[in-house]
Design a protein around this ligand. Structure first.
Ligand code: GLU
Length: 466
């Protein structure tokens, strides 16, 4: 059975790159009817935090990237790593090394001075050192000295590395704790991972890991190393480019489905198609279609995709998201068909839930100021006459409905022989505070009688006081 894993180090939030890796692992697992394992690589005790673990779990939950196994924690598997390290020593594939920091430093400097690649020279390889009581010895893997390591990467193609390029890496520190390459190998082996999908910052580790796996007699997984994600300035994506933690996008009012859709397109494509349902992704996804070159994170494109989802998700879902946001802002509103109607109107014109909420606040809250530009243009003395007529005639309306309101506005334009804009726009600025809203009759209907009339009166006073 196919098994993938996402193996984040909990040293920060789940960032965009990590989320994309998780998504590709998850998708491939789903596509192949396999399993997806979540493994928390928390061996770096100084940099790993509980909060980061939680942030990663939250990010994955928000995106709906559910795992079939785990989360496993590497800190709970130290005993197992120790067993494997001893096994490697006993079978002659690893050895104790007593080289001092100073010796290694001098070695390194000499190599650099001779323009050689810094590498361990195998000084203790054949000394047969035994552990000492003071625990000052590290353990190194005996990397083969002949031959080469090769593997076919699903993204990068065939990779061949000569064993002479690889030195004897440390697999256990002097306190016995395992290093990254050792713990990853043991886990991938024990968890029976068949496909390792990860960032290409790890591609140089792969030949080393393959050698250890072979020494352990394990089957090597297949590999796919994902190219980097760059910011729009061509530099590696980082905080400088704005939000990098996926939960920031939740805060900012993006939909998880849109985020997934955007993430999948960072390095993977299927013809010209931009919008994919999850089922389509599972159907079309293939590790072999991942681009070899880096992809660029583009917020405008993410916004565009989000807008598509805002328009096309079931209205009820959008309503719930808006309600949650309004609740968070402690804005009172009355739910019901009219409320849904406003949201339906506005979701066509806004690109995030936060934009939508900002655009409809005027329905539930009085505003203190008009949008300056809108007021300057629409709330001028020429608007007094239409606003007064509207106030009178609207206050006499029996049924406060879009159609009846429409008739009043039409009647006023006829009486004053004005075009629609000269009547509708002052009315819009009066009731919404800005120059942008759904059709004005609908807007006035939604805002309600009392509020609309009060706001028209207020606009009349505003113009008169100028
Ligand atoms: N823990 C590593 C990281 O967060 C990933 C290791 C792996 O995927 O092999 O970069």
């Amino acid at each position: 059975m196919i098994k993938t894993r996402f193996a984040p180090s909990p040293t920060g939030v789940l960032h965009v790159g990590g989320a994309r890796t998780a998504l590709f692992c998850w998708l491939f697992g789903k596509k192949m009817g396999g399993q997806f394992v979540l493994r928390i690589e928390d061996t770096d005790l100084e940099r790993s935090t509980e909060a980061s673990v939680q942030a990663i779990l939250d990010g994955m939950a928000w995106l709906g990237l559910d795992h079939d196994e785990g989360p496993y924690y590497q800190t709970q598997r130290f005993d197992r790593y120790a067993v494997v390290i001893q096994q490697l020593v006993e079978q002659g594939d690893a050895y104790y090394c007593a080289c001092s920091k100073q010796r290694l430093e001098t070695l390194r400097e000499t190599q650099m001075a001779n323009r050689q690649k810094p590498r361990y020279d195998g000084c203790c390889r054949d000394l047969g050192l035994k552990p000492d009581d003071k625990q000052t010895l590290v353990i190194r893997f005996k990397n083969p000295q002949q031959g080469e390591v090769s593997f076919i990467d699903h993204v990068k193609g065939e990779i061949i590395v000569s064993n002479q390029e690889l030195d004897d890496l440390i697999i256990a520190r002097s306190d016995g704790s395992p290093t990254y390459n050792l713990s990853v190998v043991v886990d991938d082996m024990d968890m029976e991972i068949t496909h390792v999908v990860r960032g290409d910052d790890h591609v140089n580790n792969t030949p080393r890991q393959i050698n250890i796996l072979k020494a352990l007699g394990a089957t090597c997984p297949e590999y796919a190393h994902l190219p980097m994600i760059l910011g729009e300035d061509g530099k590696r994506l980082s905080k400088r480019h704005g939000a990098v933690g996926v939960m920031q996008y939740f805060e900012d009012g993006y939909l998880p489905e849109a985020m997934l859709n955007y993430l999948v397109r960072l390095g993977w494509s299927h013809g010209d198609q931009e919008i994919f349902s999850i089922d389509e992704l599972i159907e079309y996804f293939s590790l072999d279609d991942i681009n070899r070159s880096a992809s660029t994170f583009n917020t405008d494109k993410l916004k565009w995709i989000n807008q598509q989802y805002m328009m096309n998700r079931p209205l009820g879902e959008i309503v719930t998201l808006v309600e949650n946001r309004l609740g968070g802002l402690q804005i009172e509103y009355e739910s019901g068909p009219e409320f849904d109607n406003i949201i339906d109107l506005y979701r066509q014109r806004t690109s995030t839930i936060n934009d939508l909420v900002d655009s409809i606040r005027y329905c539930f809250e009085d505003f203190d100021e008009y949008d300056a530009k809108a007021a300057k243009k629409a709330l001028r003395p020429v608007a007094l006459e239409p606003l007064n007529l509207l106030l009178n005639q609207l206050s006499e309306l029996d049924n406060w409905e879009k159609n009846t309101i429409h008739l009043v506005i039409e009647r006023v334009t006829e009486q004053l022989e004005l075009n629609m804009g000269k009547v509708g726009q002052p009315l819009r600025v009066a009731v919404t505070g800005g120059s942008f809203s759904p059709p004005i009759d609908e807007t006035v209907a939604i805002i309600g009688r009392e509020t609309s009339l009060a706001r028209i009166s207020k606009a009349i006073s505003y113009i008169s006081s100028k």
